[in-house]
Design a protein around this ligand. Sequence first.
Ligand SMILES: [Zn+2]
Length: 277
Amino acid sequence: MVDRPLVLMAVHAHPDDEATGTGGVLAKYAAEGVETVLVTCTDGGCGDGPGGVKPDDPAHDAAAVVAMREGELRASCEILGVDHLELLGYADSGMMGWAANDAPNAFWNTPVAEAAERLAELMRTYRPDVVVTYDEYGFYGHPDHIQAHRITMAAVELTGIPKKVYWTTVPRSGFEQFQKLMAEFGTGDESEQPEPDTEIPELGLPDEQITTWIDTSAYGGAKFDALAAHASQGENIFFLRMGKERFTEFMGVETFVRVRDCTDAALPEDDLFAGLR
Ligand SMILES: [Zn+2]
């Protein structure tokens, strides 16, 4: 219907979020000839440092973390076939309540309108047909994920360019399997092991509320390798311990909620570009 390549833009908070949440769709659509744009809003400076130094350790050197993580992000993009990487460069705000929330350049501390205008400018440049970001809780409440959601929705309103907008989610039906995998492979930090009776947090959505299921299992290897490019981050080790096959089995379908649509493509759908090609 359009005589230029379709364009997918994913807006993420930190280096490595592109791999966990959307590595499959980025790799799949890139392989299909879709132009892919990744916008990473923060520098990831509150992540683990070289040698696994945690952010609350006095030896944690944010500048070193930022440099390391940018290198990892570029490697991940190479693996996934991302055509354009755009870094907004805000400082990682850390988890809710950390002092880093209030740092002058912290993403969480940046007015939504200001960051949204920068993102809108990128939308005017790349003219994405499809935009993917998080839901209003940032999926699990991380301030930078919430802020990425807010600036994305504001930039969509400002430009009116994307024909479809999606929020990443996970089906609640997968949580039982996730708990089993946690028990089998651990979290990488034994203190984070859930008690057997731990209540499953209300993350994700009931299956019937998920509009869009994309089978990306053919790209499970690329997704795994992209995540492996971010192996400095302790939270990723759990997934890497599964090995490629189990990882693809569990993470091979990426799920979304369609929140804006100009195509009337029937739901549920199995293609982010349904109605556009
Ligand atoms: Zn993140």
